[in-house]
Design a protein around this ligand. Structure first.
Ligand SMILES: [Zn+2]
Ligand SMILES: [Zn+2]
Length: 406
């Protein structure tokens, strides 16, 4: 049986897991039920399980049982990662297995990530006598903003044994990857995501007497305009970066000049050292524009997910593994996005790759983007994701070990 056939053979199980998780979406770090489902499925497969990692994360460890090679031969470890959290979106798909939790939905496809990874665990567990080395299955909570990956790492998910490579994937129509295709890109794939707030302190007064006040709305408007210069005039145009002010909050009435104005924004960039630079410039520009207008601006800046950078060697290897599953024609180059993913935390520590699996299907009416209330995915693609994970593990572990393709 080929890897693809082995994955296809458990397709209904994979889809079953996906639907079960889809029915019971959980937010952020609170993936209690999903973690319980994952743990019990892994245990049933005879995989060692560590629960409660980084809160509600689960780590499974499968040890290959092929006869050992030369004495002292190094045992390699590869990690596979899935995220488990849903979104505060009210589902409008009308699917028979739609969310049973009001206001929450698996609108980013993390239900499919869980299912594909459990599928890989099942297939690899069934063939554990055929390979040497370890496969670590990392199921993390809190990808959507809560930084579950960081908590998992702090709780030791990359230790004992330490993976030599890590692989994760995302479903959807991201990065222009078509149905049933796998998209890869060595190097930077996704951006860092930082947040900032600018608090402008003016002096309130009557709207008819601006000279007797310091208008923080006007000051904030100048700050918004001036911040545009960071990307357009101060950063090398070949380096992608974004500074967006997404919220301005001030005032209560037509004829009152408010005392203060709060602005909130997001910053994105691909090259790590741009973060401190942009932070410094937002602080300087906001402060000096405000000072020039008799106001004061305080800036708070929070570094979020780092840029997601794929290792070149591992990306090329997994790409080759994927080609064995979906065919060379269906392995494509993924486009970059300024979206962020906390897979980046693992990739800062372990060489690895994050790739896209195309699950959109217009013929089936599956065409809404990730995070949309009608987001859905083509379940017939899921077994391919499972097969790519399995093939990647076998290829990686077999490279210097006894595993040979049959
Ligand atoms: Zn998402
Ligand atoms: Zn996602």
């Amino acid at each position: 049986m080929t890897v693809r056939e082995a994955a296809k053979a458990i397709e209904s199980k994979i889809i079953g897991w996906r639907r079960e998780v889809h029915r019971h979406p959980e937010l952020q770090l609170e993936t209690v039920k999903t973690a319980a489902l994952v743990s019990s499925a892994l245990r049933e497969m005879g995989i060692e399980v560590r629960e409660g990692v980084g809160g509600n994360g689960v780590v499974g460890l499968l040890r290959g049982e092929a006869p050992s090679g030369a004495p002292g031969e190094a045992v390699r470890t590869i990690a596979l990662r899935a995220d488990m959290d849903a979104l505060p979106v009210k589902e409008e798909t009308g699917l028979p297995y739609a969310s049973e939790v009001p206001g929450l939905m698996h609108a980013c496809g993390h239900d499919a990530h869980v299912a594909m990874l459990l599928g890989a665990a099942q297939v690899l567990s069934d063939m554990r006598k055929q390979f040497r080395g370890n496969v670590k299955f990392i199921f993390q909570p809190g990808e959507e903003g809560a930084g579950g990956a960081r908590l998992m790492i702090e709780d030791g998910c990359l230790e004992d044994p330490r993976p030599d490579a890590i692989v994760g994937a995302h479903v959807g129509s991201l990065w222009n990857v078509g149905n049933g295709q796998a998209g890869f890109r060595p190097g930077p794939l996704m951006a860092a995501s930082d947040r900032f707030e600018v608090f402008v302190q003016g002096m309130g007064g009557h709207g008819a007497a601006p000279h007797a006040s310091v208008d923080p709305v006007v000051v904030a408007s100048h700050i918004v305009t001036a911040l545009q210069l960071i990307v357009s005039r101060e950063i090398n145009p070949t380096e992608p970066a974004v500074v967006t002010v997404g919220a301005i909050q001030a005032g209560t009435a037509n004829n009152i000049i408010p005392d203060t104005c709060l602005m909130k924004g997001t910053v994105r960039y691909m090259k790590r050292d741009l973060g401190p630079f942009i932070k410094k410039r937002i602080t300087e520009i906001a402060g000096s524009v405000a000072a020039g207008m008799r106001a004061e601006a305080k800036v708070t800046y929070h570094f979020g997910y780092p840029p997601l950078v794929n290792d070149e060697d591992i990306t090329n290897r997994v790409r080759a593994s994927a080609a064995k599953i979906v065919g060379e024609d269906n392995v494509v180059t993924a486009g970059t996005t300024m979206g962020a993913e906390d897979m980046s935390y693992y990739l800062e520590r372990v060489p690895g790759t994050f790739f896209a699996i195309g699950t959109g299907n217009e013929a089936k009416g599956i065409m809404y983007p990730n995070h949309h209330p009608k987001f859905d995915l083509d379940e017939e693609v899921l077994y391919l994701g499972t097969a790519i994970f399995v093939q990647a593990c076998l290829d990686f572990l077999g490279e210097e070990g006894p595993y040979k393709e049959k």
